[in-house]
Design a protein around this ligand. Structure first.
Ligand code: COD
Ligand code: ZN
Length: 379
């Protein structure tokens, strides 16, 4: 691929993998990336991993043309006016739910959902509802205000975190979404206690990271549920003590769980993105104190059906986004934990591939043949 070019107005023209329509293979295009506006930075993307929610949005949403990708690492290339926390050359992780540090939610110790830079769903930048990408002058939309399937991207400075320059960017990109979301759901949202019983529905990167979090909290039973039998072996390495494939069971999965946990799990986690499974997860946890945590982003049927009796008996249903982490405040310490080998990430990476092969990563994930594919952008 030819190298990116910079014009006098500081616009960069570079390669990006553009989605032109729902479910259509991405196309490598020459895209103009504007200079960062005040409060923004432009990042040279180094690595980006493919997350299930990129696939779900690509299959089901209507905003096109669009540049997906929201789990990424990179190097700051240029800085917009008024940004003093970054300098050119800083190593960063992008974050799909930002932190302005000044709004009511950011000031609260109880929430990580920023009122200014929270999840952006319309495909534009938070500040002016416009895009920073174009092809021959026509706008190309963003995804989650990150859009890392591009050699360069522009993000709000509140949607990037400076990390240690010695941390391997080809690994820590996973902490920008999936791995951190799972660990945080176990630690911050559920706050799993030692000796408890945990059940995890869906053993992708997110579910396995919940398992790792549960293992590090010394949960006694960590039950993994997945319809893909190939997940069993990997699951053990992440702390799963029992693997159940619902297709092998002669009774509803919640009954199996209740039996092996003597009445229900203390914590259940929905990591599939299927709202029907949220109900099953609630039914699988214990009366009185059982808690279900949702991590999945559903592709279809967003409504949850649950009999009120489930709550009458004292169960809790808790939502989570990005594992409750405040990204700007918390993420660099997760990188440091990885560097000290306190958490595992490498084992979640099943494939590495060059940028031009990005559609292969989409195929692998659709076919359930990978955990994380790390896509390496050109140097
Ligand atoms: N029963 C059991 N297991 C199932 C079933 C089923 N009916 N259906 C699918 N599964 C399994 C699959 O075999 C697979 O192993 C697993 O569920 C899902 O794993 P992946 O690899 O497809 O997905 P992950 O782990 O990358 O993503 C997980 C979520 C589906 C939870 C996804 O919604 C997500 O990434 N959420 C958290 C991140 C987030 O908040 N993103 C928001 C940014 S927009
Ligand atoms: Zn905020």
């Amino acid at each position: 691929m030819p190298s990116p070019s910079k014009q006098s107005n500081n616009v960069i023209t570079c390669k990006a993998a553009v989605a032109w329509g729902a479910g259509e293979p991405l196309v490598m295009e020459d895209v103009e990336v504007s200079a960062p506006l005040p409060g923004e930075i432009r990042i040279k993307v180094v690595c980006t991993s493919l997350c299930r929610s990129d696939i779900s949005a690509w299959e089901s949403q209507a905003i096109f043309p669009r540049i997906f990708g929201h789990e990424a690492s990179g190097i700051v290339e240029s800085i917009g006016e008024g940004v003093d926390e970054f300098k050119e050359g800083d190593h960063v992780l992008t974050v799909f739910t930002g932190e302005c540090k000044t709004c009511r939610q950011c000031m609260s110790g109880k929430s990580n959902i920023c009122q200014v830079l929270g999840l952006e769903r319309r495909g534009v930048m938070h500040s002016d509802q416009k895009t920073r990408f174009s092809i021959r002058g026509k706008p190309v939309y963003h995804y989650c205000a990150v859009s890392s399937f591009s050699e360069y991207t522009v993000v709000h400075s509140g949607c990037a975190v400076k990390v240690s320059s010695v941390a391997p960017l080809e690994k820590i990109c996973l902490l920008s979404c999936g791995a951190a979301a799972g660990l945080g759901a176990a630690w911050n949202v559920a706050d799993i206690s030692k000796g408890s019983n945990v059940v995890i529905f869906g053993l992708g990167t997110v579910g396995l990271s919940v398992a790792q979090g549960a293992k590090l909290r010394e949960a006694s039973k960590i039950i993994g549920v997945d319809i893909n039998p190939e997940k069993c072996q990997k699951a053990k390495a992440f702390g799963i003590t029992e693997f159940i494939n619902p297709t092998d069971c002669n009774e509803p999965i919640q009954e199996v769980i209740k039996r092996i946990t003597n009445g229900g799990a203390d914590y259940s986690f929905e990591c599939i993105g299927d709202t029907g499974m949220v109900t099953t997860a609630l039914q699988s946890c214990s009366d009185g104190c059982g808690m279900t945590v949702t991590l999945g982003v559903p592709k279809v049927k967003p409504e949850i059906a649950a009999h009120y009796g489930l709550f009458l008996t004292g169960k809790t249903l808790k939502g989570s986004l990005f594992g409750g982490w405040k990204p700007k405040s918390d993420l660099s310490s997760l990188v440091d934990m990885y560097m000290k080998k306190e958490i595992q990430i490498d084992e979640l990476i099943t494939h590495n591939m060059p940028f031009e092969d990005i559609n292969k990563a989409f195929n692998l994930m659709q076919e359930g043949k990978c955990l994380r594919c790390v896509i390496h952008l050109p140097n």
